[in-house]
Design a binder for this molecule. Structure first.
Ligand code: PEP
Ligand code: MG
Length: 325
């Protein structure tokens, strides 16, 4: 079966009736680049930059970060790389940056909140990304955005980073498409307004599910409540897809749920055309697409959105999948 999947590396991702789908890779360390290329990823939909920060003994300086990002960008030879700014806190800690003790770390001082409270670290990272963006197409992604204020605050720091580089006479990427993660429920409600501030959305279902359903993504005791096919989850994902499509903004789903065939079927059917996933799942997803007519996925999603419990939703989607030839 593996060798059969290998065949899909160089085929274009599309439904059996020719609807184009873009499959990108989630990466963390530079070693993931080779894995992504081997599996035929069309660039990177999510580069989790906290991973290289976690893997060392101290904060990398601007040049270290620049070299690292440059290596990744050059590895993809012209395919876009979506670089997400530091997303520490919650479950991700840096060995040299002790977070304060918090009762609820996932609802606490994490992600872009840490960046906005540590402007020097944030600005330095943005400078490194702007510098690396000279070497290939880069998109810039801000995590854990809950409203307009944070996006605007991030843009101000980006402007400072640009000004610093200009003052130093260092080349910077001229235009960097900007995006926000949609992973806090408030951001779903604010999606129409956020769309006017940015070029694209990245749907972070790992966090969005845990915040929507109040079920810690890492706590086995509440694992059964952490349900990607909960009808409330399908409704918000559908809403985000509709807003992005209506506003003409890019939308890439980069949460883990996208790599499961049952979930993929409903996500495609509700209008999502770009996915980012751990690269080993890409060939399998292409193989599924090759057997799947878009109208079947659309109908499956339409039905699923009328169902009101996840058992029925899952059963319905599983039946559609098993009916494919
Ligand atoms: C997410 O929250 O869905 C996501 C893709 O980001 P992370 O898993 O790094 O929080
Ligand atoms: Mg997240």
């Amino acid at each position: 079966e593996l060798s059969r999947l290998e065949e899909f590396r160089d085929t274009v991702a599309a439904t059996s009736d020719g609807e184009r789908v873009v499959l990108r890779a989630n990466i963390g360390l530079v070693s993931d680049v080779a894995v992504a290329l081997r599996n035929g990823a069309e660039g990177v939909g999510l580069y989790r930059t906290e991973f290289p920060y976690m893997a060392r003994g101290s904060f990398p300086d601007r040049d270290d970060q620049y070299q690292l990002y440059r290596k990744v960008i050059e590895g993809f030879a012209g395919q876009p790389v979506t670089i997400r700014t530091l997303d520490i806190g919650g479950d991700k800690v840096l060995p040299y940056f002790t977070p304060p003790r918090e009762d609820n770390p996932f609802m606490g001082w994490r992600s872009v909140r840490v960046s906005l409270d540590n402007r020097d670290i944030f600005r330095t990272q943005l400078e490194a990304i702007l510098m690396a963006g000279v070497h290939g197409p880069v998109k810039l992604l801000f995590p854990m955005i809950s409203g307009l204020e944070e996006v605007r605050a991030c843009k101000l720091v980006l402007a400072e980073a640009r000004a610093n580089l200009a003052r130093e006479g260092i080349a910077a990427a001229e235009r960097l498409p900007l995006g926000v993660m949609i992973e806090v429920p408030a951001a779903v409600q604010m999606a129409p307004q956020l769309a006017r501030e940015v070029d694209f959305f990245a749907l972070g279902t790992n966090d969005l599910i845990q915040y929507m359903l109040a079920a810690d993504r890492n706590n086995p005791l509440v694992n059964k409540y952490y349900d990607p096919l909960h009808p409330a989850i399908l409704r918000v994902l559908h809403e985000v897809a509709e807003v992005a499509n209506r506003e003409g903004k890019g939308l890439c789903l980069c949460g883990e749920m996208g790599s499961d065939p049952i979930n993929f079927l409903v996500l495609l059917g509700m209008g999502i055309r770009e996915f980012s996933m751990p690269a080993p799942f890409i060939p399998r997803t292409k193989a599924l697409l090759a057997r799947l007519p878009l109208k079947v996925a659309r109908k499956a999603a339409r039905e699923a959105l009328t169902l009101v419990d996840s058992i029925s939703i899952r059963a319905h989607l599983a039946k559609v999948l098993s009916s494919l030839d």
